[in-house]
Design a protein around this ligand. Structure first.
Ligand code: SAM
Length: 285
């Protein structure tokens, strides 16, 4: 038997000693341990609360998995995206805080349209589509992903959030969209897999070992195969002056801007949100 305070301190020390996990900032190991304990208890622990029996055993098992590099979101089965709590499981990409900026940009551009139509390609568990659906109840939102697991989770997330205006479809980019949307979409968003094939081995172990490969790379030498296809195909789906928003890392923003301009997009620019690890490149047709 031990108190939650001591348990968290021990877990923090153990996590700090692990080579398999990123140590991005001071205190991360502690918040990871606290999050895991909160998940097991279903509430925040009191500092002097005794933790024992099956809860203690489960906590120790989850900390051991965390020490091996498994992301906290897979251990707890949930992640926060803005104000939305989303279910996430192994086999699906864990939404990044940086993508909240793209969701905000999308809402800003769609607000004011009578019935906005938004398509979120490579939607994963649906964070961007769900934020737009929640912010704009009159919008019709379509999220598409090629992989079955994230699509199933995205549908569960929409159901739990009671968002009936968001539809998730399984398939390759624009393929599963109904034909009648051609030329009528107000805005397309995508946070694509864009890591060049040869750079996969440079990714942190936590990402490369645990997140699905198809969510990270399109397996092309430059990581631009999906980006180029989207830029070429989006004009057929967008209404005149409709927007395409692409989230990429800062080092890829210039190249994506060029791809968009060459595909006929205008007003192309790269925008920067509060999280410095990504940019949203946008342009209109
Ligand atoms: C970087 S993740 C982004 C997920 C989500 N938008 C987010 O930000 O959390 C990329 C997603 O693209 C999906 N994907 C890969 N190739 C695809 C394709 N050809 N068509 C649709 N989705 C694809 C992957 O399954 C993965 O869920």
């Amino acid at each position: 038997m031990t108190t939650s305070k001591r348990l968290i301190a021990e877990a923090e020390r153990a996590l700090k000693s692990s080579d398999a996990i990123d140590h991005p900032h001071f205190g991360k190991e502690r918040t990871d341990a606290e999050e895991i304990l909160t998940h097991l208890l279903g509430r925040e622990a009191e500092p002097l609360e005794e933790v024992a029996g099956p809860t203690l055993a489960r906590f120790q098992r989850l900390i051991a998995r965390r020490m091996s590099g498994e992301p906290v979101a897979y251990l707890t089965g949930t992640t926060m995206f803005g104000e939305l709590e989303l279910e996430v499981r192994p086999g699906a990409f864990i939404p990044r805080q940086s993508s909240e900026f793209m969701a905000t940009q999308a809402v800003r551009r769609l607000r004011g349209r009578p019935i906005p139509i938004h398509v979120d390609l490579a939607t994963g568990i649906g964070p961007v589509a769900l934020v737009v659906g929640a912010a704009l109840p009159r919008a019709k939102v379509f999220g598409v992903d090629v992989s079955a697991k994230p699509v199933a989770l995205a549908r569960r997330n929409a159901a739990r959030l009671r968002l009936r205006n968001v539809t998730f479809l399984k398939g390759d980019l624009f393929d599963p969209l109904p034909d009648h949307l051609a030329g009528r979409v107000d805005l397309v968003t995508i946070h694509p897999p864009y890591v060049p094939r040869r750079e996969m081995r440079t990714l942190p172990e936590e990402i490369a070992r645990f997140e699905p490969k198809e969510s990270l790379t399109d397996d092309s030498p430059k990581g631009d195969r999906i980006l180029r296809r989207v830029a070429a195909e989006a004009p057929d789906w967008l209404r005149p002056s409709g927007w395409l928003l692409v989230e990429v890392s800062p080092d890829r923003a210039r190249e994506v801007s060029t791809i968009l301009r060459r595909s006929g997009f205008r007003d192309v620019r790269s925008t920067k949100g509060p999280v410095p690890v990504s940019r949203v490149v946008l342009g209109r047709i």
